[in-house]
Each structure stands twice: as structure tokens, then as C-alpha cells.
Design a protein around this ligand. Structure first.
Ligand SMILES: [Zn+2]
Length: 85
């Protein structure tokens, strides 16, 4: 698999690190119980279809990227800088 960094161009996947879901769930209140914190820290959606992930171009420009991809076809739909609107 190859990703196209907006700053560096098309690069091998080994230059990037997957860091998780780009869509954060709402953080529980500090006094929330252990079940709420366990769910927040460990449970993630695993959609069949379009997903947005956060990646780091650690072996390149060090940019944080939001990669939109289809989890069924493995097609990369879009790559954008994480701080882009
Ligand atoms: Zn880059």
C-alpha cells in the first residue's frame, strides 16, 4: 500500500505510522465510572466502509495526516493534513 502525503508525494506505507481513529469520541467526565473510561480508552468502531484514520509521516516530513479510506476495498479515498479545515 502507498499513501500520498500532501507535502512529500506518494510514499511507501512503511514511512507512516497508524495512530488511530481520526474521529474522537467524547471524553467522559472525570468522575465517570470505570466502565465509561474503559469504553473510552479501549472500545473503537470497526466500520465496514469509509473510515477516517490519523497517520504520522515519521520517516518523511513528520506531518500528521487524516487518511480517508474504504475498509472493505482498501482504497485510499483522500489524504489531508490533519490541521487542514
Ligand atoms: Zn510527508
Amino acid at each position: 500500500m502507498r499513501l500520498t502525503c500532501p507535502l512529500c508525494g506518494e510514499r511507501d506505507l512503511r514511512e507512516f505510522s497508524y495512530t488511530g481513529d481520526a474521529v474522537l469520541c467524547e471524553r467522559p467526565a472525570p468522575e465517570a465510572g470505570p466502565e465509561a473510561w474503559d469504553a473510552y480508552l479501549h472500545l473503537r468502531e470497526n466500520p465496514a466502509g469509509v473510515a477516517r484514520d490519523l497517520w504520522h509521516h515519521g520517516a518523511g516530513c513528520s506531518a500528521w495526516l487524516v487518511v480517508t479510506r474504504d475498509t472493505v476495498t482498501h482504497a485510499v479515498i483522500a489524504v489531508a493534513l490533519a490541521d487542514a479545515p
